[in-house]
Design a protein around this ligand. Structure first.
Ligand code: NAP
Ligand code: ZN
Ligand code: ZN
Length: 353
């Protein structure tokens, strides 16, 4: 075992504070990664504050959040073939899965029907709690490690591991591209990646934001159109417009209103994960043969494809780099939609405590 330094919520809703914990010694297929950067995903806040208690069977504290990890390989196990010391690598939302179920065999490890081992707030195959990327090191099986784009800065690529793949996967699955009208609801960490990726795939991209504050940013990120959902006219003007809506909103909103913006055979994909159920009216779906769907991150193969795509197209996240000592303040700013567009922790700051 080796001792690691990180920041943890000791109990649900507690401010994050310095925390020491143990990680396993590397096994034959393990990679030891020196974590350089870790993005702050809204899911970290939901979980550190135990806001998904209606949906999660177990919540484990102390919790070291963080699943947008960018780092450098520090050591490799005896049988590792994919990576070597010094490689720029990433780790996303999960660090293992059963590897044999139909989902795992179809490269959909995030939907493993036996056990997806979440990067934090989960348990490994031995039943030990997992700890995430707000820390200095992590040990991960090579099959669940990603290669980061060599030509792009590691800090601005770290959030691709969750925010990037969570939007890339549904954009690809529902075939966003030339001639497709795509709306991104919520211009936060996920949403701004949806705009960049949707634009790079050739779709016509509209941002639906709850205020007008981010209008000029949306255009700079690649959006073709922008509407504020606080303006009631938006919903009449855009009724029946979109082939695909990717809804990234973390808060409770009326999904029926957004469904009404879909064209015939259009689909709204939920990726935002509000803490309570939201009722849906049957007429919202039947009137134009609309679909309501959901999507969760992406498989390892598709995550690598997304990283390579970002490398080819020069796509990174817009980030605000912070020392870990400011993580609690960053959480409050995320909750106020006051982040442009992802906080990333510089883990070198762990040495300052
Ligand atoms: P974020 O940066 O906080 O972005 C969420 C955006 O939602 C905000 O920027 C804001 O955009 C909008 N919003 C917030 N409060 C709102 C309100 N009261 N009414 C209307 N709009 C509001 O969060 P994120 O990291 O992108 O994550 C978004 C959600 O996705 C979270 O629930 C997270 O847990 C979930 N998530 C899901 C997956 C998955 O695999 N499905 C993966 C990662 C995260 P505007 O200011 O533009 O309105
Ligand atoms: Zn996330
Ligand atoms: Zn499986």
């Amino acid at each position: 075992m080796s001792t690691c330094k990180g920041y943890a919520a000791k109990t649900a809703g507690a401010a994050l504070a310095p925390f020491s914990f143990q990680r396993r010694e590397p096994r034959d297929h393990d990679i030891v990664i020196d974590i350089k950067y870790c993005g702050i995903c809204h899911s970290d806040i939901h979980q550190a504050r135990n806001q998904w208690s209606d949906y999660q069977e177990e919540v484990i504290f102390p919790m070291v959040p963080g699943h947008e990890i960018g780092g450098i390989v520090a050591a490799v196990g005896a049988q590792v073939s994919k990576y070597k010391v010094g490689d720029k690598v990433g780790v996303g939302c999960y660090v293992d899965s059963c590897r044999t179920c139909a989902a795992c065999r179809a490269d959909l490890e995030q939907y493993c029907t036996v056990q997806t081992v979440w990067t934090y707030n989960g348990r490994d195959k031995e039943g030990n709690p997992t700890y995430g990327g707000y820390s200095n090191r992590i040990v991960v099986d090579e099959n669940y490690v990603l290669r980061m784009p060599g030509n792009l800065p590691l800090d601005a690529c770290a959030p691709l591991l969750c925010a990037g793949i969570t939007l890339y996967s549904p954009l690809r699955h529902w075939q966003a591209g030339p001639g497709k009208k795509v709306a991104i609801v919520g211009l936060g960490g996920l949403g701004h990646m949806g705009v960049k990726l949707g634009h790079a795939l050739g779709a016509d991209v509209t941002v639906l934001s709850h205020t007008r504050k981010k209008e000029s940013d949306a255009a700079r990120l690649g959006a073709d159109h922008f509407y504020a959902t606080s303006d009631p006219e938006t919903f009449t003007k855009l009724a029946g417009s979109f082939d695909l809506i990717l809804n990234t909103v973390s808060a409770l909103t009326d999904w029926n209103q957004y469904l009404d913006l879909l064209a015939i055979d259009g689909t709204m994909v939920l990726v935002g994960l509000p803490e309570k159920d939201i009722p849906i009216g049957a007429f919202s779906l039947t009137s134009r043969r609309r679909s309501l769907a959901g999507s969760q991150i992406g498989g390892i193969r598709e995550t690598q494809e997304m990283l390579d795509f970002c490398g080819q197209h020069g796509i990174t996240c817009d980030i605000e780099l912070i020392p870990i000592q400011r993580v609690n303040e960053a959480y409050e700013r995320v909750l106020k939609s006051d982040v442009r567009y992802r906080f990333v922790i510089d883990t070198a700051s762990l040495n300052k405590d």
